[in-house]
Structure formats: structure tokens, C-alpha cells
Design a protein around this ligand. Structure first.
Ligand code: ATP
Ligand code: MG
Ligand code: MG
Ligand code: MG
Length: 562
């Protein structure tokens, strides 16, 4: 490809809205452009990388015995009503009406559609197990689209679904796909960990996430330094200290809490506790605001394990909400309103959050010298515990360390959830109808691309691993006005193309400095520069990652590049 013909708009400055490297670099290096919040166009180079990641995914999925299909992104609401998710999926599901006022969703995921297809087309156990996948755009109206491709509102996902007549069969496929995922992320050059995704309700072995280790990851992983143990601490929501301004506090007083307690009650706690030297703090736990009453003598700015032993979380949720929160793995935190613009001051990994009922505003109870058993009804006090670095890992084989991770893949044993709700069954050997047992397996293809950039960049730009690079070779002719340079570069270009090597040829009439800077930014693994020694038939090779360079004679290039 000749660069003079390519849409490759590089920028000198980072886009102002880009907070993290992958977002900055993919825009600056001309791989993509934003069209609206969370929506991106892939320009030619971005598209090439996306196709490469996709191809790796495709090859490994095929190898795992899955076959590719393509389902519509537009899905009728009826299917989502059958599964119940039309109600439960919430605001993330993008919904639209057609001209006849029929309701549709833009696919956030495809369990409903695939279940309806298999329900109609697979009748017998003889067809099982069966695994299909697709690579397709998904739509999710994320509350906070951010970090470029890491959290988009339209993004490319590989989603796979498997159907079985026994849990053993599901286990086998799960393991096969699990291994395929290992291969995929290894081939992408990523430093990743497969982690237990929900060690609570799911018992830990029915769902795993693949996490790319990165400081910009939104998940916290607790892993063992010397064994395979690793888990997502989703029980450890991001906790944010939040102190309402006086005005906000007044506003909050008008807000009704879900269990009918008004914020006046909350203010009462607040005022009461502050008067008596206790601290009432508001934390944001995931999307929920939580009131925490602590003893005043603790600096809660760096609440850690021990401090929180002394803190109590006032449970303002109704029992039903508490139950839901518990099921979702949060512990029992009551929502009391969600103000925007909350600053994150610290993240913690919490194993579980204490579940207490507040009694301190009743006569005879008080916050001074607060006594958990007397002043609060404590239901699960001992569970209030942070996992800390250095703790023994649950498998007993190592010590816990923390890392941040980007969730690039997720494998999940669904069981009969969809097949029962949607009445999808097969006939077994005895002619008896049974609901399918299912698994689902996702990979964020566009997110993976960004995760690669998070792990492969330096001060000058992207440093792609060769397997996913847009081109293998970046050929630069430093001065296209010099005949000997132009001719040698063109000769090398033709030779490389003939040998089936993907080469981008910078044939632009730009200054050498511009070409070098752009080349570093774009990050193709190997650069071949034709410059001063062109008349002798020599060019310069430079490896983008290591910076190693050497002069090379034209006829030696092919062997070296291969
Ligand atoms: P997250 O926890 O980051 O919101 P998720 O658990 O909601 O992700 P899944 O439903 O498991 O996502 O979807 C499968 C994969 O799709 C994820 O592992 C992730 O790689 C990718 N993905 C999910 N949401 C997004 C998004 N908004 N932008 C880009 N990729 C996404
Ligand atoms: Mg999500
Ligand atoms: Mg997740
Ligand atoms: Mg997930």
C-alpha cells in the first residue's frame, strides 16, 4: 500500500478528551475517529488491525469446533420479553420502534436470538453438542462510555453459544473454549490472566473472565503470586468517598429513598453523628450511593482493612433490595440517591460488605462509643473485610497480590436459564423433551485491540506485535525527489509485495523528520528506510520495539524480513 493513497491522518497533539494511551494513540496515529460519544469509525489502519484480531479469534474458534454464523443486530422485543430481559436489562439496552410502532432492541448480546433459532432448528439430542459464534457489532448504552474503544456504545464482539444435553458436555465445551481463549490472547501478544469472575453466588467455577493486566483496567484482580488462583473482586466494588456540599445535602434531603425513608432521616444520621464526633461518609459503591458511619477518630481517607472493621454501613435498603444486591454480589448496600460527578479517591477490594441495621436514632441508642451489638444490629459483621496484599490465597498455595485488569473475554455456563424461559428443548434418547443446557462466551474484539495498545506503546507511539500489526513492514523513502532513493524504494516495495509481505510504503513528498515521527507513531514492527546509501543498494532496517538497527543490502532484505 502506498501511503500517498492512504487515509492516514496523524495528529501532533493528543485529543483533549482522551485520558488513556490507547485512546490517545489510536486517534493520533490515524487508526480511528470518534463520531459521537462511544462511537468510532475505524480508518484503514484501524480496520486492518481489527480484521487481524478478528481472524485470530475466528481461527481459534473454528479450531475449537464452533461454526460461524451471523445474526441480525436488530432484534424484536418479543424475544427479550420471553427471557424477561426486556424488563431487567435496563437502560443499557438500546430500544427503537419501527414505522409500525413495533418495539425492537439493538443487540447488546444474542442469547435470545440464538435460543430462538436453536429452539426451531434442533430437535434431537443427536445434534448436540453444538457451538456457534458470530463476530458482530453490539450496542450498549453505557452509562459512561469512555476510554475510547475500551468502553464504547457500539463495539465489535465475538459471541459464541453452546447447546448441550448434559452438564458434563457443557463442562467439556467450556474447557475447550477456555483454552481457545488462552490461545487467542496469547497470539495477540497479551499479558493476561484468566480469573474467577464471580466467586460468590456462582461457586466460582461456572464463569471466568480473561483480564489483560493494565493500570487503566476498571476491574481489580486478586491473584496468587505463586499459583494459578486469580479472581475478579467484583464483590469489591469501587468505593468512592463522597461529601455532599451543604446545598447538595439540602437537595438530598428532598430525595426519597427506596424504602420510603426520606433523606431527612439520612440528614438526621449525618447531623447526629457529626455533632458527636463521628463521621458520616458517603461512598459510591458501583452506581449506588451509600452512607457509612464511622468513628470519628479514623482517617477514612485511607480506609483499609482495620479501619473498616470499625465502620458501619447503614443499611437503608428494603429487604427486597438487599436481597437483590446480595444476589448481585454486592453485600447489602442501600441506594440513597446517586449524585453525578463523584470523585474517585480510592479503590478497594472488599470481600463482602457488612450488613447492619441502624438503630441509633432510637431512644437509648447512640453513636458515641458506638457499640456494634448494642447500637447497630449486626448481621454479618465478620464479613466486612478487605482482602489485602499478602493475605494467603484461598487455594493456600500463595500470597495475594492485586492488579488491575481489562476484561477482554468472558466465558459463562448459563445452564437452563434461557432455554427454560424461552421453552427451548430437545428430545432425549427416550423421546422426552428437556430444556437445552447452554453456555455463552464473549470476546470484546475492539476492546482487545485497545488493550494491545495499552501493553504495546512507548513515548513515540504504538509498538505492535507483528501478529496484529496493520502491516509487517513500513518502507520509507526519505527523499522521493532523489531518483536513486525513489528507484530503490520502489524495487524493494515490489519485491516485498511479491513475497507476500504486507508493506506500507511511505512515498509521500514529506520531510524525513515527518516520516520518521509518523512511522514511530503508527508503530509497524519493522521499518526499512531508503536514504543516503541508496546508490550502493543499501537500506536501513529498524525494529520498532527494540530500536535495533542495521544496514542491509537490498537482496538480503527478503530473508531477513521473513
Ligand atoms: P464490562 O464489565 O466491562 O461492562 P461486561 O461484563 O458487561 O463488560 P460481557 O457482557 O461479558 O461484558 O460481554 C463480553 C465482552 O464484550 C466483554 O468481556 C468485553 O470484552 C466486551 N465488552 C463489553 N462491554 C463493552 C463495551 N462497552 N465496549 C467494548 N467492549 C465491551
Ligand atoms: Mg457491562
Ligand atoms: Mg464485566
Ligand atoms: Mg462480562
Amino acid at each position: 500500500m502506498k501511503q500517498s493513497n492512504l487515509l492516514l491522518p496523524t495528529l501532533k497533539e493528543n485529543p483533549t478528551d482522551a485520558e488513556i494511551k490507547s485512546h490517545q494513540l489510536l486517534v493520533r496515529a490515524g487508526y480511528m475517529r470518534q463520531i459521537a460519544s462511544g462511537l468510532y469509525s475505524f480508518l484503514p489502519l484501524g480496520n486492518r488491525v481489527l480484521r487481524k484480531v478478528e481472524q485470530i479469534v475466528r481461527e481459534e474458534m473454528d479450531e475449537a469446533g464452533a461454526t460461524e454464523i451471523l445474526m441480525p443486530a436488530l432484534q424484536p422485543s418479543e424475544l427479550w420479553k420471553e427471557s424477561g430481559r426486556w424488563q431487567t436489562y435496563g437502560l443499557e439496552l438500546m430500544r427503537i420502534d419501527d414505522r409500525h410502532s413495533r418495539e425492537f432492541a439493538l443487540g447488546a448480546t444474542h442469547e435470545e436470538v440464538i435460543t430462538s433459532i436453536i429452539r426451531d432448528e434442533v430437535k434431537s439430542y443427536k445434534k448436540l453438542p453444538l457451538t456457534v459464534y458470530q463476530i458482530q457489532s453490539k450496542f450498549r448504552d453505557e452509562k459512561r462510555p469512555r476510554f475510547g474503544l475500551l468502553r464504547g456504545r457500539e463495539f465489535l464482539m465475538k459471541d459464541a453459544y453452546s447447546f448441550h444435553d448434559s452438564f458434563d458436555s457443557l463442562d467439556k465445551t467450556y474447557e475447550t473454549i477456555f483454552n481457545a481463549y488462552r490461545n487467542i490472547f496469547t497470539r495477540c501478544g497479551l499479558d493476561f490472566r484468566a480469573v474467577i469472575a464471580d466467586s460468590g453466588a456462582m461457586g466460582g467455577k461456572d464463569t471466568h473472565e480473561f483480564m489483560v493486566l493494565s493500570d487503566v483496567g476498571e476491574d481489580v484482580i486478586a491473584y496468587s503470586d505463586t499459583s494459578d488462583y486469580a479472581a475478579n473482586i467484583e464483590m469489591a466494588p469501587v468505593i468512592t468517598k463522597y461529601e455532599p456540599s451543604n446545598e447538595e445535602a439540602k437537595e438530598l434531603q428532598k430525595v426519597e429513598t427506596p424504602n420510603q425513608k426520606t433523606m431527612e432521616d439520612v440528614a438526621h444520621y449525618l447531623g447526629h453523628s457529626l455533632d458527636k464526633g463521628l463521621k458520616a461518609l458517603m461512598f459510591k459503591v458501583d452506581e449506588q450511593l451509600v452512607l457509612v458511619i464511622t468513628r470519628g477518630d479514623h482517617e477514612v481517607n485511607d480506609v483499609k482493612l482495620k479501619n473498616l472493621y470499625d465502620a458501619s454501613i447503614v443499611d437503608l435498603a428494603s429487604e427486597e433490595e438487599t436481597k437483590q444486591a446480595m444476589n448481585a454480589g454486592f453485600g447489602s448496600l442501600g441506594p440513597i440517591g446517586v449524585p453525578e460527578n463523584v470523585d474517585i479517591i480510592a479503590d478497594y477490594a472488599v470481600q463482602s460488605v457488612v450488613n447492619v441495621s441502624c438503630g441509633a436514632n432510637e431512644d437509648g441508642y447512640h453513636y458515641i462509643n458506638v457499640n456494634p451489638e448494642r447500637d447497630f444490629m449486626v448481621k454479618e459483621y465478620a464479613d466486612l473485610r478487605f482482602i489485602q496484599e499478602g493475605d494467603p490465597s484461598p487455594d493456600g498455595k500463595g500470597m495475594i497480590k492485586f492488579a488491575r485488569g481489562i476484561e477482554v473475554g468472558h466465558v459463562f455456563k448459563l445452564g437452563k436459564f434461557y432455554s427454560e424461559k424461552m421453552d427451548a428443548s430437545y428430545l432425549d434418547q427416550n423421546g422426552k423433551a428437556n430444556p437445552f443446557i447452554m453456555g455463552c462466551y464473549g470476546i470484546g474484539v475492539s476492546r482487545t485491540l485497545a488493550a494491545i495498545v495499552e501493553q504495546y506503546h512507548d513515548d513515540h507511539g504504538i509498538t505492535w506485535p507483528v501478529q496484529v500489526a496493520p502491516y509487517q513492514v513500513h518502507l520509507l523513502a526519505l527523499n522521493m525527489k532523489k531518483d536513486e532513493q525513489k528507484e530503490l524504494a520502489e524495487e524493494i516495495y515490489e519485491t516485498l509485495k511479491k513475497a507476500g509481505i504486507e508493506v506500507l510504503f511511505d512515498d509521500r513528498k514529506e520531510r524525513a523528520g515527518v516520516k520518521f515521527a509518523d512511522s514511530d507513531l503508527v508503530g509497524i514492527p519493522l521499518r526499512i528506510t531508503v536514504g543516503k546509501r541508496a546508490d550502493e543498494g543499501f537500506a536501513e532496517l529498524k525494529y520498532r520495539q527494540s530500536g535495533d538497527q542495521q544496514d542491509i543490502y537490498k537482496s538480503d532484505i527478503i530473508d531477513t524480513v521473513r
